[in-house]
Design a binder for this molecule. Sequence first.
Ligand SMILES: [Zn+2]
Length: 410
Amino acid sequence: MERTNTFTVNDHPSLRKLADNCARLWNELNFERRQAYIRYKKFSWHPKHLYEKYAPIIGSATAQQIINKNNEAWRSFLALKKLEMKGRLPPYIAKISMPRYWKRSGRRKLRIIIRNDCYKFDEEYIYLPKGLKLKYKGELKWHGRKGRLEIIYDDTDKVWRGFMTVKIEKPPIRGGNKPLYIDLGVINLATVWFEGLRQPIAYSGRTLLADWWYWTRKIAKEQSRLAKVNKRKTSRGLRKLYRIRLRKFRHAVNAIIKTIVENVYVLGISKIVIGKIKDIRNNNHSSTKINAIINNFWSFNYIIRRIKEKAEEYGIEVIEESEYETSSTCLRCRSKNVTNKGRLFKCYKCGLEAHRDAVGVLNIARLYGGEVNRVVAHPLLLRWNGMMWEPKRVMNNRPMRTLEARISRL
Ligand SMILES: [Zn+2]
């Protein structure tokens, strides 16, 4: 499996010059290909003339790497084009476009690609082609067979970033067959249960949603200010705001995933079953805010991808399950004569009252033969305090037993 080491690299005029020439090669090649594609729908995958022009300037290995990367970009564009013609484009791709230029606001994007055998590290320095020796900062977390290195200038943070791919061995899949179940949502980002747990655990999204909206409002304000003041659509400040919003969300999500996967590992659980929100967009939420978030595609894809990556590191299998009956079926009597008001689930047939997300996750578990009969169908709620996930404080410090006695059991 592949992982990426990231770090920052000190600035140097030669690094800028090298990156600028890499971008020139990319842009020239891409220009030729766009023209050829528009006119003839085809072009050569081996642009000999450009290779010969740039190899002496940026080195033959780097020139070839840039050409390879451009080939990859065009291959995936052509593959999508084919799907589009067959009418089989994934629904989340609205429009496909030809590979872009390495450019932003009229300036070339500074970017270098270095072949796996053309760079090395010691404790303090990174050694690059053309005799460049530069200080770097950051821990090289992954060890294994080194792959391609990309060094990109981040003009929002004004810093060079290195991205080094590393191939590492996959740990063997573990034995045992009791899974941990996850139901994903928006109000509760994740509700989790495994056999042996008396009560599901829910990671509340409320503080995160509030934070997300706080930054969204700031973004909107900055956008209208830019439009008024200098008729611009973007700025460094605006990009920073987008980045903060994304980072804050991802930080909290990664904290959930880390806790879950590490616990799964310690408990000896071998797989994770994720309830896939197949029709989340049709899942009529009363709140327009939540609908807005869902339509912005929130980040379910990101959450699922991160769970898979993290689980893979521990040799834990991940299954996506879309056929479960969520909270539209009663957990106790299987009746569909139920209602969901906000987070409250109620069954008209047997009278069960429970928490909607708990019913969701326990219904997935049931599908896999999980013994859910004596589980409390109200989750233990965890909140994000900006640093970590912690239980919602129990009023008057009453012992848990009293609290549990008050909530309905299955
Ligand atoms: Zn029922």
